[in-house]
Design a protein around this ligand. Sequence first.
Ligand SMILES: Cc1cc2nc3c(=O)[nH]c(=O)nc-3n(C[C@H](O)[C@H](O)[C@H](O)COP(=O)(O)O)c2cc1C
Ligand SMILES: C=C(O[C@@H]1CC(C(=O)O)=C[C@@H](OP(=O)(O)O)[C@H]1O)C(=O)O
Length: 388
Amino acid sequence: MRFLTAGESHGPQLTLIIEGFPAGLAVNAADINEELRRRQGGYGRGRRMVIEKDQVKIVGGIRHGYTTGAPIALVIENKDWKNWTEIMGPEPIDDPESVKKQVTRPRPGHADLNGAIKYGHTDMRNVLERSSARETAARVAVGTIAKLYLKALGIEIAGRVVEIGGARDESERPESIDAIRTITEASEVRCLDKEAEEAMKKVIDEAKENGDSVGGVVETIATGLPVGLGSHVHYDTKLDAKIAMAVMSINAFKGVEFGEGFAMASLPGSQVHDEIQWSKETGYTRKTNRLGGFEGGMTTGMPVVVRGVMKPIPTLYKPLQSVDIKTKEPFAASIERTDNCAVPAASVVCEHMVAWELAVAVKEKFGGDRMEDVIQAVEAHHKRSVAF
Ligand SMILES: Cc1cc2nc3c(=O)[nH]c(=O)nc-3n(C[C@H](O)[C@H](O)[C@H](O)COP(=O)(O)O)c2cc1C
Ligand SMILES: C=C(O[C@@H]1CC(C(=O)O)=C[C@@H](OP(=O)(O)O)[C@H]1O)C(=O)O
């Protein structure tokens, strides 16, 4: 299974090709549009999200509501494109230097300067257009199909915000995925606790007033997993490692942890490892889930619990010192628009990246050209695991 995305933030559209889903999976544009809507929202977003109303157009691989087994092709239009046709057009121009809005002032913390030096661009727009997290809309679209595939196999996924700029949601996470979804959807920052929500909004407001930005921590939970997705045999078959890579690949993510995560550093082994129990009805389970659903790079059958930390947004209204690459003169950046917190949106992206990696692992273990084959294979594996 693989997917590729193409398209610039202010270009005409994002384009996606996805390979590997079996035939017979029910997929509707409405399912994808609902997840795209979720990603666009959340407290702290900037004015761009007023312009965009993300809608997917299915242009291949799905017919009469079902996958055919052919590559799936999707398109998401950028409504902002109409304001950028001159600056972003593909046609050759005689004097590129004449283009208005050439970007020569790299933002600390963004991809601008490294990308310019690496690719030799004097207009850093050639870097920022593709490094923009606009691309995460495409990832949510493919992740929605992964979610639908997993759901047909009894695997459910939800996400939430745990922390924003030091304001933390300490409340107990409900076990039910539906409960997590219902509560977080009612929260403007996608957390579980009302008081925490107010504190997070305050932190975002204060940062905005100061021309600053804030980051945070998001969590994704997946339930209903078969035992033994992933493998211990190679570094690149360990599923926790693959999920960590996928989460780290989200723009501005700087760290990943599973279960108790970094807190394990200060705990004795007896308070970290999950004791094993057995019953005839359920087979082997763990009494706790402090390891977050993985041992040896394989799923234990307990919920996968993965968290990612997002750094504060790099584009700031409060100027940070940088150097103009054309004049080599120092300047203090001034900008037009930006998100000042995208942690709630990023929690939606994280859910979808985890869904994708789980879907890949399911496909690797169970194969199948038709959905009914996959369903049967997963059911047979569940039965074997319980009887083991
Ligand atoms: C949903 C989302 C929205 C983002 N919005 C912005 C933004 O408005 N302005 C900005 O400078 N960075 C934004 N970022 C972060 C940058 O895309 C990111 O910092 C940049 O691509 C550099 O990559 P790195 O931070 O992973 O090193 C956003 C990230 C996400 C996940
Ligand atoms: C467009 C999206 O996010 C963008 C991500 C982003 C960045 O630098 O990552 C910068 C901003 O873009 P603009 O400069 O056009 O305002 C965000 O709006 C989106 O999430 O769909």
